[in-house]
Design a protein around this ligand. Structure first.
Ligand code: C2E
Ligand code: MG
Ligand code: MG
Ligand code: MG
Length: 285
Protein backbone atom coordinates (compact mmCIF):
# COMPACT_ATOMS: atom_id res chain seq x y z
CA UNK A 1 0.00 0.00 0.00
CA UNK A 2 1.02 3.58 -0.65
CA UNK A 3 1.32 4.29 3.04
CA UNK A 4 4.55 2.30 3.46
CA UNK A 5 6.23 4.48 0.85
CA UNK A 6 7.30 7.07 3.47
CA UNK A 7 7.23 10.22 1.40
CA UNK A 8 3.52 9.80 0.83
CA UNK A 9 1.77 13.17 0.63
CA UNK A 10 -1.52 11.83 1.88
CA UNK A 11 -0.61 10.37 5.28
CA UNK A 12 -3.74 8.79 6.70
CA UNK A 13 -4.37 9.16 10.41
CA UNK A 14 -6.45 6.00 10.76
CA UNK A 15 -5.15 3.00 8.83
CA UNK A 16 -8.26 0.96 9.71
CA UNK A 17 -10.52 3.60 8.27
CA UNK A 18 -8.32 3.51 5.19
CA UNK A 19 -8.78 -0.26 4.96
CA UNK A 20 -12.55 0.02 5.23
CA UNK A 21 -12.64 2.74 2.58
CA UNK A 22 -10.62 0.61 0.19
CA UNK A 23 -12.79 -2.44 0.84
CA UNK A 24 -15.95 -0.44 0.36
CA UNK A 25 -14.64 1.01 -2.85
CA UNK A 26 -13.62 -2.45 -4.09
CA UNK A 27 -17.03 -3.92 -3.29
CA UNK A 28 -18.79 -1.03 -4.99
CA UNK A 29 -16.88 -1.42 -8.23
CA UNK A 30 -17.30 -5.23 -8.14
CA UNK A 31 -21.10 -5.08 -7.78
CA UNK A 32 -22.18 -4.89 -11.45
CA UNK A 33 -19.97 -7.82 -12.49
CA UNK A 34 -21.18 -9.79 -9.47
CA UNK A 35 -24.73 -9.51 -10.76
CA UNK A 36 -23.63 -10.67 -14.22
CA UNK A 37 -21.71 -13.58 -12.71
CA UNK A 38 -24.65 -14.63 -10.50
CA UNK A 39 -22.73 -14.24 -7.26
CA UNK A 40 -25.89 -13.27 -5.37
CA UNK A 41 -28.17 -15.80 -3.77
CA UNK A 42 -31.20 -15.76 -1.52
CA UNK A 43 -31.74 -17.26 1.89
CA UNK A 44 -35.30 -17.75 3.06
CA UNK A 45 -36.40 -17.30 6.65
CA UNK A 46 -39.74 -18.81 7.64
CA UNK A 47 -42.59 -16.70 8.97
CA UNK A 48 -44.77 -18.62 11.40
CA UNK A 49 -48.28 -18.17 12.81
CA UNK A 50 -47.73 -17.46 16.50
CA UNK A 51 -50.95 -19.27 17.38
CA UNK A 52 -49.79 -22.73 16.29
CA UNK A 53 -46.24 -22.38 14.99
CA UNK A 54 -47.19 -23.34 11.43
CA UNK A 55 -45.25 -21.80 8.54
CA UNK A 56 -47.15 -19.03 6.75
CA UNK A 57 -44.44 -17.93 4.38
CA UNK A 58 -40.87 -16.71 4.21
CA UNK A 59 -38.79 -13.58 3.82
CA UNK A 60 -36.24 -13.50 1.01
CA UNK A 61 -32.87 -12.19 2.27
CA UNK A 62 -30.15 -11.55 -0.29
CA UNK A 63 -26.48 -12.55 0.19
CA UNK A 64 -23.37 -12.06 -1.90
CA UNK A 65 -20.99 -14.96 -2.34
CA UNK A 66 -17.88 -12.87 -2.93
CA UNK A 67 -14.91 -14.74 -4.45
CA UNK A 68 -12.41 -13.17 -2.00
CA UNK A 69 -14.43 -12.05 1.02
CA UNK A 70 -16.76 -15.04 1.33
CA UNK A 71 -20.48 -14.67 1.99
CA UNK A 72 -21.45 -11.06 2.68
CA UNK A 73 -24.70 -10.01 4.37
CA UNK A 74 -26.94 -7.33 2.86
CA UNK A 75 -25.81 -4.71 5.35
CA UNK A 76 -22.37 -4.86 3.69
CA UNK A 77 -23.52 -4.20 0.13
CA UNK A 78 -27.14 -2.98 -0.07
CA UNK A 79 -26.14 0.58 0.93
CA UNK A 80 -23.46 0.50 -1.80
CA UNK A 81 -25.94 -0.79 -4.35
CA UNK A 82 -28.35 1.96 -3.33
CA UNK A 83 -25.64 4.56 -3.74
CA UNK A 84 -24.72 3.44 -7.27
CA UNK A 85 -28.23 2.65 -8.47
CA UNK A 86 -27.43 -1.03 -8.91
CA UNK A 87 -30.14 -1.71 -6.34
CA UNK A 88 -32.75 -1.46 -9.12
CA UNK A 89 -31.47 -4.40 -11.22
CA UNK A 90 -30.42 -6.26 -8.06
CA UNK A 91 -33.87 -5.78 -6.53
CA UNK A 92 -35.45 -6.96 -9.77
CA UNK A 93 -33.28 -10.08 -9.65
CA UNK A 94 -34.26 -10.82 -6.02
CA UNK A 95 -37.95 -10.46 -6.86
CA UNK A 96 -37.68 -12.67 -9.93
CA UNK A 97 -35.72 -15.39 -8.11
CA UNK A 98 -37.99 -15.40 -5.04
CA UNK A 99 -41.18 -15.45 -7.11
CA UNK A 100 -39.81 -18.21 -9.34
CA UNK A 101 -38.87 -20.47 -6.42
CA UNK A 102 -42.20 -19.87 -4.71
CA UNK A 103 -44.11 -20.69 -7.88
CA UNK A 104 -42.06 -23.84 -8.48
CA UNK A 105 -42.83 -24.99 -4.96
CA UNK A 106 -46.56 -24.37 -5.45
CA UNK A 107 -46.51 -26.39 -8.67
CA UNK A 108 -44.83 -29.32 -6.96
CA UNK A 109 -47.11 -29.23 -3.90
CA UNK A 110 -50.57 -28.19 -5.02
CA UNK A 111 -52.18 -29.64 -1.89
CA UNK A 112 -50.04 -27.65 0.55
CA UNK A 113 -51.38 -24.37 1.91
CA UNK A 114 -50.32 -21.10 0.31
CA UNK A 115 -46.81 -19.98 1.13
CA UNK A 116 -46.42 -16.23 1.11
CA UNK A 117 -43.15 -14.70 -0.05
CA UNK A 118 -41.84 -11.45 1.43
CA UNK A 119 -39.38 -9.35 -0.57
CA UNK A 120 -37.62 -6.23 0.73
CA UNK A 121 -37.78 -3.00 -1.28
CA UNK A 122 -35.24 -0.25 -0.82
CA UNK A 123 -36.36 3.39 -0.94
CA UNK A 124 -34.55 3.79 -4.31
CA UNK A 125 -36.77 1.14 -5.82
CA UNK A 126 -39.82 3.11 -4.68
CA UNK A 127 -38.48 6.13 -6.53
CA UNK A 128 -37.81 4.12 -9.67
CA UNK A 129 -40.61 4.55 -12.19
CA UNK A 130 -40.54 0.92 -13.37
CA UNK A 131 -41.50 -0.63 -10.03
CA UNK A 132 -45.15 -1.38 -10.75
CA UNK A 133 -44.54 -2.58 -14.33
CA UNK A 134 -41.59 -4.79 -13.27
CA UNK A 135 -43.55 -6.35 -10.44
CA UNK A 136 -46.66 -6.97 -12.51
CA UNK A 137 -44.55 -8.39 -15.34
CA UNK A 138 -42.70 -10.76 -13.02
CA UNK A 139 -45.88 -12.04 -11.37
CA UNK A 140 -47.70 -12.53 -14.69
CA UNK A 141 -44.80 -14.07 -16.55
CA UNK A 142 -44.12 -16.59 -13.80
CA UNK A 143 -47.75 -17.06 -12.89
CA UNK A 144 -47.83 -16.23 -9.19
CA UNK A 145 -50.95 -14.72 -7.61
CA UNK A 146 -50.35 -11.12 -6.45
CA UNK A 147 -51.75 -12.09 -3.03
CA UNK A 148 -48.84 -14.47 -2.54
CA UNK A 149 -46.34 -11.60 -2.62
CA UNK A 150 -45.65 -9.19 0.22
CA UNK A 151 -43.33 -6.24 -0.34
CA UNK A 152 -41.54 -4.93 2.75
CA UNK A 153 -40.80 -1.23 2.94
CA UNK A 154 -39.15 0.29 5.99
CA UNK A 155 -41.10 2.72 8.05
CA UNK A 156 -38.32 5.29 7.63
CA UNK A 157 -38.55 5.07 3.81
CA UNK A 158 -42.15 6.26 4.02
CA UNK A 159 -41.77 9.02 6.57
CA UNK A 160 -43.01 12.18 4.99
CA UNK A 161 -43.70 10.32 1.75
CA UNK A 162 -45.83 12.38 -0.60
CA UNK A 163 -48.58 10.99 -2.80
CA UNK A 164 -46.26 10.53 -5.77
CA UNK A 165 -44.13 8.12 -3.76
CA UNK A 166 -47.16 6.27 -2.41
CA UNK A 167 -48.89 5.91 -5.77
CA UNK A 168 -46.92 2.84 -6.96
CA UNK A 169 -47.44 1.12 -3.62
CA UNK A 170 -51.13 1.91 -3.77
CA UNK A 171 -51.37 0.45 -7.28
CA UNK A 172 -49.67 -2.74 -6.13
CA UNK A 173 -51.89 -2.95 -3.03
CA UNK A 174 -55.00 -2.58 -5.20
CA UNK A 175 -53.82 -5.54 -7.25
CA UNK A 176 -53.68 -7.61 -4.08
CA UNK A 177 -49.98 -7.42 -3.25
CA UNK A 178 -49.48 -7.12 0.51
CA UNK A 179 -47.35 -4.26 1.77
CA UNK A 180 -45.57 -4.54 5.11
CA UNK A 181 -44.06 -1.68 7.08
CA UNK A 182 -40.66 -3.09 8.08
CA UNK A 183 -38.72 -2.23 11.25
CA UNK A 184 -41.85 -0.58 12.60
CA UNK A 185 -41.42 1.43 15.77
CA UNK A 186 -37.97 2.78 15.00
CA UNK A 187 -38.88 5.46 12.51
CA UNK A 188 -40.63 8.06 14.67
CA UNK A 189 -43.50 8.16 12.23
CA UNK A 190 -46.75 9.83 12.99
CA UNK A 191 -49.17 7.06 13.91
CA UNK A 192 -52.06 8.94 12.37
CA UNK A 193 -50.11 8.74 9.13
CA UNK A 194 -50.73 4.99 9.04
CA UNK A 195 -54.22 5.57 7.71
CA UNK A 196 -52.73 7.21 4.63
CA UNK A 197 -50.29 4.40 3.81
CA UNK A 198 -51.34 1.47 1.64
CA UNK A 199 -49.98 -1.07 4.14
CA UNK A 200 -51.57 -4.33 5.22
CA UNK A 201 -49.11 -5.34 7.88
CA UNK A 202 -46.69 -4.01 10.48
CA UNK A 203 -43.38 -5.72 11.17
CA UNK A 204 -42.46 -4.78 14.67
CA UNK A 205 -38.76 -4.07 15.04
CA UNK A 206 -36.50 -6.52 16.83
CA UNK A 207 -35.80 -4.00 19.60
CA UNK A 208 -39.31 -4.65 21.02
CA UNK A 209 -38.78 -8.40 20.89
CA UNK A 210 -35.63 -7.93 22.97
CA UNK A 211 -37.75 -6.42 25.74
CA UNK A 212 -39.64 -9.73 25.97
CA UNK A 213 -36.55 -11.73 26.97
CA UNK A 214 -37.43 -12.15 30.67
CA UNK A 215 -40.55 -13.05 32.61
CA UNK A 216 -42.15 -10.70 33.22
CA UNK A 217 -41.35 -8.76 30.08
CA UNK A 218 -40.08 -5.19 30.20
CA UNK A 219 -43.18 -3.25 31.33
CA UNK A 220 -42.63 -0.31 29.01
CA UNK A 221 -42.09 -2.49 25.93
CA UNK A 222 -45.16 -4.51 26.94
CA UNK A 223 -47.31 -1.36 27.00
CA UNK A 224 -45.93 -0.20 23.66
CA UNK A 225 -46.48 -3.55 21.96
CA UNK A 226 -50.00 -3.76 23.42
CA UNK A 227 -50.76 -0.32 22.07
CA UNK A 228 -49.34 -1.03 18.62
CA UNK A 229 -51.24 -4.33 18.35
CA UNK A 230 -54.51 -2.66 19.35
CA UNK A 231 -53.98 0.16 16.87
CA UNK A 232 -52.91 -2.21 14.08
CA UNK A 233 -55.84 -4.54 14.55
CA UNK A 234 -58.31 -1.66 14.69
CA UNK A 235 -56.94 -0.56 11.30
CA UNK A 236 -57.17 -4.15 9.98
CA UNK A 237 -53.40 -4.56 9.86
CA UNK A 238 -51.69 -7.73 11.00
CA UNK A 239 -48.62 -7.65 13.23
CA UNK A 240 -45.44 -9.62 12.60
CA UNK A 241 -42.60 -9.63 15.12
CA UNK A 242 -38.97 -9.84 14.11
CA UNK A 243 -36.00 -11.36 15.88
CA UNK A 244 -37.73 -13.93 18.09
CA UNK A 245 -34.84 -15.89 19.60
CA UNK A 246 -36.38 -17.55 22.68
CA UNK A 247 -39.52 -19.36 23.83
CA UNK A 248 -40.09 -16.59 26.39
CA UNK A 249 -40.27 -13.99 23.66
CA UNK A 250 -42.59 -16.10 21.53
CA UNK A 251 -44.92 -16.76 24.52
CA UNK A 252 -45.20 -13.16 25.57
CA UNK A 253 -45.64 -11.80 22.05
CA UNK A 254 -48.34 -14.39 21.40
CA UNK A 255 -50.13 -13.32 24.58
CA UNK A 256 -49.90 -9.69 23.49
CA UNK A 257 -51.83 -10.61 20.35
CA UNK A 258 -49.12 -10.51 17.68
CA UNK A 259 -50.07 -12.59 14.66
CA UNK A 260 -46.88 -13.79 12.99
CA UNK A 261 -43.27 -14.24 14.07
CA UNK A 262 -39.86 -14.60 12.53
CA UNK A 263 -36.57 -15.39 14.22
CA UNK A 264 -33.84 -17.83 15.12
CA UNK A 265 -36.11 -19.53 17.68
CA UNK A 266 -38.08 -20.91 14.72
CA UNK A 267 -35.43 -21.03 12.04
CA UNK A 268 -32.41 -19.16 10.72
CA UNK A 269 -32.44 -17.93 7.14
CA UNK A 270 -31.46 -20.82 4.87
CA UNK A 271 -31.74 -22.36 1.41
CA UNK A 272 -35.13 -23.03 -0.11
CA UNK A 273 -34.84 -26.76 0.62
CA UNK A 274 -34.72 -26.02 4.32
CA UNK A 275 -37.85 -23.89 4.15
CA UNK A 276 -39.44 -26.51 1.95
CA UNK A 277 -39.02 -29.17 4.64
CA UNK A 278 -40.46 -26.95 7.39
CA UNK A 279 -43.45 -25.97 5.25
CA UNK A 280 -44.18 -29.54 4.19
CA UNK A 281 -44.07 -30.88 7.75
CA UNK A 282 -46.88 -28.41 8.43
CA UNK A 283 -48.83 -29.10 5.31
CA UNK A 284 -48.94 -32.83 5.90
CA UNK A 285 -49.57 -32.45 9.65
P1 C2E B 1 -34.88 -6.94 7.66
O1 C2E B 1 -35.75 -6.87 6.47
O2 C2E B 1 -35.38 -6.30 8.91
O3 C2E B 1 -34.57 -8.49 7.86
C1 C2E B 1 -34.45 -9.11 9.09
C2 C2E B 1 -33.01 -9.27 9.50
O4 C2E B 1 -32.97 -9.84 10.80
C3 C2E B 1 -32.24 -10.26 8.61
O5 C2E B 1 -30.88 -9.81 8.57
C4 C2E B 1 -32.33 -11.55 9.39
O6 C2E B 1 -31.31 -12.47 9.09
C5 C2E B 1 -32.20 -11.03 10.80
N1 C2E B 1 -32.79 -11.93 11.80
C6 C2E B 1 -33.81 -12.79 11.63
N2 C2E B 1 -34.13 -13.43 12.76
C7 C2E B 1 -33.27 -12.97 13.71
C8 C2E B 1 -33.09 -13.25 15.12
O7 C2E B 1 -33.80 -14.05 15.74
N3 C2E B 1 -32.12 -12.55 15.75
C9 C2E B 1 -31.32 -11.64 15.11
N4 C2E B 1 -30.37 -11.02 15.80
N5 C2E B 1 -31.47 -11.35 13.78
C10 C2E B 1 -32.43 -12.01 13.10
P2 C2E B 1 -30.06 -9.78 7.21
O8 C2E B 1 -30.37 -10.99 6.39
O9 C2E B 1 -28.65 -9.49 7.56
O10 C2E B 1 -30.69 -8.54 6.45
C11 C2E B 1 -30.49 -7.25 6.95
C12 C2E B 1 -31.34 -6.25 6.19
O11 C2E B 1 -30.93 -6.14 4.83
C13 C2E B 1 -32.81 -6.63 6.13
O12 C2E B 1 -33.44 -6.30 7.34
C14 C2E B 1 -33.27 -5.81 4.95
O13 C2E B 1 -33.59 -4.50 5.34
C15 C2E B 1 -32.03 -5.78 4.06
N6 C2E B 1 -32.23 -6.71 2.94
C16 C2E B 1 -32.10 -8.06 2.90
N7 C2E B 1 -32.37 -8.54 1.66
C17 C2E B 1 -32.69 -7.46 0.89
C18 C2E B 1 -33.07 -7.29 -0.50
O14 C2E B 1 -33.23 -8.25 -1.28
N8 C2E B 1 -33.30 -6.00 -0.91
C19 C2E B 1 -33.18 -4.93 -0.06
N9 C2E B 1 -33.43 -3.71 -0.55
N10 C2E B 1 -32.84 -5.06 1.22
C20 C2E B 1 -32.58 -6.31 1.71
MG1 MG C 1 -37.55 -7.16 5.87
MG1 MG D 1 -37.37 -6.09 9.31
MG1 MG E 1 -35.00 -5.24 10.97
Amino acid sequence: RAKSAGGNRFELADPEMDERTITRHGLTTALPAALDRSEFFIEYQPLVHLADGSVSGAEALVRWSHPQHGVLGPDRFIPLAEHTGLIVPLGRWVLEEAVRQTHEWQQRHPGAGPLRINVNLSPCQLHHSGLVADTVDTLERIGLEPGTLCLEVTESALIGADDDLLKPLRRLAEMGVDIALDDFGTGYSNLANLRRLPVTELKLDRSFTQGMQQYPADPVDTKIVEGIVALAHSLDLSVTVEGVETAAQADQLRRLGCDTAQGWYYARPGPWDHLHQLALVDATG
